[in-house]
Design a protein around this ligand. Structure first.
Ligand SMILES: NC(=O)c1ccc[n+]([C@@H]2O[C@H](COP(=O)([O-])OP(=O)(O)OC[C@H]3O[C@@H](n4cnc5c(N)ncnc54)[C@H](OP(=O)(O)O)[C@@H]3O)[C@@H](O)[C@H]2O)c1
Length: 338
């Protein structure tokens, strides 16, 4: 194609799919043709891109003819079924489900951390979990400087991380409870409004959830270091947008909070807001809609000689999802020279 690419969005009507549309437009990615794909339920719906309406089509085996990039944002079972069909039709697949993340033949990429991994792709590139992405963006510079030995993380994850229906559920439950009506529970295992759920994904090995193991295994793969010891507790909180994390990082060499602040201030895609005396630190409300990972509360761990505590916040729908996918596509298209 002379003036751009044929881009397909699989899951275009979802929380991430809609964000992909606005980021493609904002960043002026050269889209020559756009295919918006979703389930049969959404076929015929129209979505706006760059001031023009595009019809949503049902995803079928024939959806990928002459597609250059297929951005998949659907369940892992749909990605597993249709990802290989898209690559066989000649498309490069960028998939944000967990379907291919741990496949040794599939690169798992955060554009600021391991863009080199893209060189090894065979048609499918995996996009990490929305809690792993901001974490590795912070860990990477610290690991290069002082070698990270161990991480203990607790997350505070927004409902948009569970998709469009989960956002509706928080909205409806909040309205119902304020009107003294009962809250209906459909998406989450319990009421999420005015509550916190220490339960994201299914419980598994050693009593940890799938989400918690994803953070550990994906961190190892992206930083290319399985020796980092790590455990996580992932918690859903009644926030619409942005995941926050409280992270304890033990390093091999001692590193001071001042050095951490300096390293993170120059790290790509990272912004430090750390003036606690002025009540300045990152929060979901101020980070929503922003592209960078925001860090604050950087301080020594008084219980350990070589450990740092910090707080991070990132927009899960942007850097945690759609933005990183578009950035991967930008890197690939720059290599292509088109
Ligand atoms: N939300 C995040 O922050 C985030 C971050 C990183 C990764 N992810 C991953 O991204 C994926 C999508 O997440 P989301 O939050 O955008 O979910 P979502 O809001 O629930 O959207 C799901 C999308 O999948 C489509 N879909 C459902 N069944 C389908 C079918 N049979 N055929 C074709 N399309 C179908 C839906 O289309 P209909 O409208 O027609 O049902 C919708 O467009 C998940 O794998 C999730 O783990 C999400």
């Amino acid at each position: 194609m002379e003036h751009g690419y044929h881009v397909a969005i699989v899951g275009a009507t979802g929380a991430v799919g809609l964000e992909l549309l606005s980021i493609l437009e904002e960043r002026k990615f050269p889209v020559a043709q756009l295919s918006l794909l979703a389930s049969k339920r959404s076929a015929g719906r129209r979505l706006v891109f760059a001031g023009e309406e595009f019809p949503v089509q049902e995803l079928t085996e024939g959806s990928f003819q002459r597609v250059h990039f297929a951005l998949f944002s659907v369940s892992s079972s749909i990605s597993k079924a249709f990802g290989p069909i898209a690559t066989r039709a000649g498309a490069v697949v960028i998939d944000d489900s967990s379907a291919f993340r741990m496949d040794p033949d599939v690169p798992l990429v955060v554009t600021e951390v391991n863009p080199h991994a893209l060189r090894r792709h065979h048609g499918i590139i995996a996009h990490p979990n929305c809690s792993t992405i901001p974490l590795v963006m912070v860990l990477n510079p610290l690991h290069r400087r002082a070698r990270v030995k161990r991480i203990v993380a607790a997350t505070y994850q927004s409902v948009s991380g569970a998709g469009a229906r989960a956002m509706e559920e928080l909205d409806q439950q909040t309205r119902a409870l304020i009107a003294s009506e009962p809250a209906e529970v459909r998406v989450f295992p319990h009421q999420i409004a005015f509550n916190c759920l220490p339960h994201i994904d299914a419980f598994g090995e050693m009593g940890y959830t799938g989400e918690e193991w994803k953070m550990v295994r994906e961190t190892h793969k992206i930083l290319e270091d399985d020796s980092i010891r790590m455990s996580a507790t992932t918690v859903r909180v009644p926030v619409f947008r942005c995941h926050s994390e409280a992270v304890n990082i033990e390093t091999e060499q001692k590193i001071t909070p001042h050095e951490v602040r300096q390293l993170l201030t120059t790290a790509p895609g990272v912004v430090v807001i750390d003036e606690p005396e002025k009540s300045q630190y990152p929060m979901p409300l101020t980070v929503a809609g922003r592209d960078e990972v925001f860090i604050g509360r950087i301080r020594e761990d008084p219980s350990h000689d070589r450990a740092i505590n910090l707080w991070l916040v990132a927009d899960n729908l942007r850097k945690g999802a759609a933005l990183n996918m578009v950035q991967i596509m930008e890197l690939l298209s720059a290599e292509n020279g088109r």
